[in-house]
Write a protein that binds this ligand. Sequence first.
Ligand code: ATP
Ligand code: MG
Length: 444
Amino acid sequence: MIRLPPHAAGAIRRLEAAGFETWAVGGCVRDSLRGAVPHDWDLCTAAQPDEMQTIFAGERMLATGLQHGTLTLLTSGGPLEITTFRADVGCSDGRHPDAVRFVGSVEDDLRRRDFTIGAMAWHPERGLCDPFGGLDDLETGVLRAVGEPDVRFAEDGLRILRAVRFAAALGFSVEPATAAAMRRQLARLDCVSPERVRDELTRTICGRFALRALMEFADVIGYALPELKPMFGCAQQNPHHLYDVWEHTIRALGQVPGDAALRWAMLLHDCGKPACKTVDENGVGHFYGHPKVSCEIAGHLLSRLRFSRADAARILLLVEQHDCPLGETDKLMRRQLSRIGEARLRDLLAVKKGDTIGRGTCPEDVAKLFRAEQRLNQVLAAEACFSLRHLAVNGNDMLALGLSGSAVGQMLHALLNAVIEDQAENTRPALLSLARAKMEDRHE
Ligand code: ATP
Ligand code: MG
C-alpha cells in the first residue's frame, strides 16, 4: 500500500477523469515500497503532451522534455514529472535513444526501464503493476536488469554505473547474469558524458554500502577511472598497513561522513602511492612524496570529470594535506586555522581519521586525532585569534598610524602572525605599540 501525496494523487485523478490511464512510476514506487521517502514523484500516462497541456491549461508547467513526452507540472506540493507511456527506439550512441515511440500500455512503458525494482507502477485503485518481479527483488535485495542484460547495458552505458550506485546506496546484490553483462559491456561507458559519470560515482561513493560495492565492482570503477587501477593489489609492505592500497582506500572512505568532497578526497588520497613506491633493504615499502603525486593525478581526474573549480580545490587540499601532522599545540592549531579556516580543518580531521582507521593498525594514532579535535574545539571556545577579524586593531587604526595602501594589509597580517605565534597579546595597546615598532624598524 502506497500513500500518494496530494499533488500526485490530484494529477492522476485529473488525467483519468479526462479518459487517460495514469500511474505513479519508477523511483517513487521503489522508494515507497522499501519504506523510504521518495525525493520526487513521477507519473506515466496514456495522454500525449498536447493532451496534458490542455488538461493542465492555466497551471504552471515546464515544457522542456515535450519531444520525449515529458511535461513538468509545478504544483504547490513540488514539481511533478508526467511522461507519456513510451518505448525508446534504438540507441546507436549508447546513451540517447534515437527516437521515442509512444506506446499503448503501462507494461510497455515499464519494459524500457533499467532495473526491475524501478520498473513498477502504482495506482491508488488498481494497486501495483509489477510485470518483472520488482517487488520480489526489492524484498530480497536483488538488482536485476529488465529483459536481456547485455542488450540493456549496450543501449545505455550509464546503466552500468547506475547498477553500482544502487548496490552502494541500497546494499543490494547484483544478480549474476546482470553483473556479468555489466562487465562485458564496459566499453559502453565510453559514450557516457563525464558529468553523468561524475554524478553516478559521487552517489556511489557516498552510499552507505560503498565499501562492499567498491570492492566487488573495482573493475567497473577502474574502467571509469583508469587512474585508480594501479592501486588494485598494490601491496604496502609496511608495518603501519594491514591492507593493499585499494582496500585501504575504500576502508578509509567508509570511515568518513557521506559528504561528497570528503568521500572523493578519501578515494583519491593515495592514488599517487603506486608511482612512489620504493622497497628498502629490509623489504619495507615506502611512498615518499605520494601526497603531491596523488594531488597531480587527482587534479587531472577531477577536471576530466568536470568538477567545478571550487569543489576540486576543496578535494585537492585534503588530498595534498592528508599526511601532514595536525596541531599538537594551541599555537600550531591557530596556525592551521588561520591558513585554511575551521571548515577545511574539520574536513582534514575527518580525512586523517578515515586514513588512520583505514590502515587497520595504530589505534594510538586515532586517539591522537581525537585529541587534536578536542584541542581545536578548545581553541575555538577560547575565542582564540586566528584571523584578521579577531584582531584587536583594524585598518582604520593602521591609517591613523600613518600607513596607507597595501602597507595596511601587510601590517595587519604581520600583527596577526605575531598574535598566532604568541609573540604579542591581542590587545589594542600591545598591537599599536608593536605596529609602531615595526614602522620604526622599517625606517631605520
Ligand atoms: P533516483 O531518483 O534516486 O536518482 P531513479 O531510479 O528514480 O533514482 P530517475 O533518474 O529518477 O532514477 O529515473 C526514474 C526512473 O526512470 C527509474 O526508476 C527507472 O525506471 C527509469 N530510468 C532512469 N534512468 C534510466 C536509464 N538510464 N535507463 C533506463 N531506465 C531509466
Ligand atoms: Mg527518481
